[in-house]
Design a protein around this ligand. Structure first.
Ligand code: ADP
Length: 257
């Protein structure tokens, strides 16, 4: 029996202190993500996707409820413990790459390991392994300014997995990429998930992007509205997602980038 890598239970998030100014962004959400899953979060603008990702990322605190990652309840951890937890157990891919411009591609990828004090010999073999998986071995000596947007995002993906985190959290990872580079990154993410067993949670408004997931959580008004599973082809799933979003009444169903 596989254990859940993420277990979200009755999570509420209320922004604002004064009652009249409060926003109930998450209204008691519960779900689990099993080890090795590739799960998407979709929903209309303002439905709580970013808030949910921030709560799971340990970047924001839930008002009520618990979030367990690999069996550890992060909602009761101290701020000082959270930073260590985040750097060891989580991998991040953001829309805008978040690479350090004055470090080489190699140094950017190795950052999570150097921060953990891993020896340079071990770092070398790990960086080369993930760079090979993501097809960026040839650019390791370059700086971010010298490589394409697609290569930057594959560098971010390599950095996200090099320390073998419990899960990768991705926020609109293809948002700044053209369609060719977006497809290529999504293929890489699917490869990491299917062949390397990497667990991924991705927030996206893009149906094409979401069609690479195996399961999608549809969020509406801070609540879990529906879960959909990919059973057939990716193309069939893409159509199903478009239909579900249309049913949800969103303006976000164009996708196809
Ligand atoms: P989504 O990512 O789905 O667009 P968000 O999680 O950003 O949704 O927002 C959910 C709700 O919480 C919205 O009503 C938004 O205005 C509100 N919200 C988000 N962040 C804050 C904040 N820092 N302070 C107050 N309200 C916020």
């Amino acid at each position: 029996m596989k254990k859940p890598v993420v277990h979200v239970k009755n999570v509420e998030k209320i922004y604002g202190k004064k009652r009249e100014n409060q926003t109930h962004a998450l209204k008691g959400l519960s779900f689990s993500i099993q080890d090795g899953e590739f799960v998407g979060i979709m929903g209309p603008s303002g439905s709580g996707k970013t808030t949910l990702l921030n709560v799971i990322s340990t970047l924001d605190k839930a008002t009520n409820g618990t979030v367990e990652i690999n069996g550890t309840d992060i909602t009761i951890m101290k701020q000082s413990e959270l930073a260590d937890f985040r750097s060891q157990k989580l991998g991040f891919i953001f829309q805008d790459f978040n690479l350090l411009e004055n470090l080489t591609i190699y140094e950017n990828i190795s950052l999570p390991l150097s921060l953990q004090g891993v020896s340079s010999g071990k770092i070398g073999s790990k960086v080369e392994k993930v760079a090979g998986m993501l097809g960026i071995s040839a650019i390791l000596a370059k700086y971010p300014a010298e490589v394409s947007g697609g290569q930057k995002q594959r560098t971010a993906a390599a950095r996200a997995i090099v320390h073998e985190p419990a899960i990768i959290l991705a926020d609109e990872p293809t948002g700044a990429l053209d369609s060719k580079n977006a497809s290529s990154l999504l293929h890489s993410m699917a490869y990491l998930n299917e062949k390397q067993g990497v667990s991924i949670l991705m927030v996206t408004h893009d149906s094409f992007c979401a069609s690479y997931c195996r399961r999608i959580l549809l969020i509406r008004d801070g609540e879990l509205y529906k879960e959909i599973y990919r059973n057939g082809t990716r193309e069939a799933f893409y159509k199903e997602i478009l239909e579900e979003l249309a049913n949800l009444g969103t303006q976000t169903a164009q996708g196809g980038s």
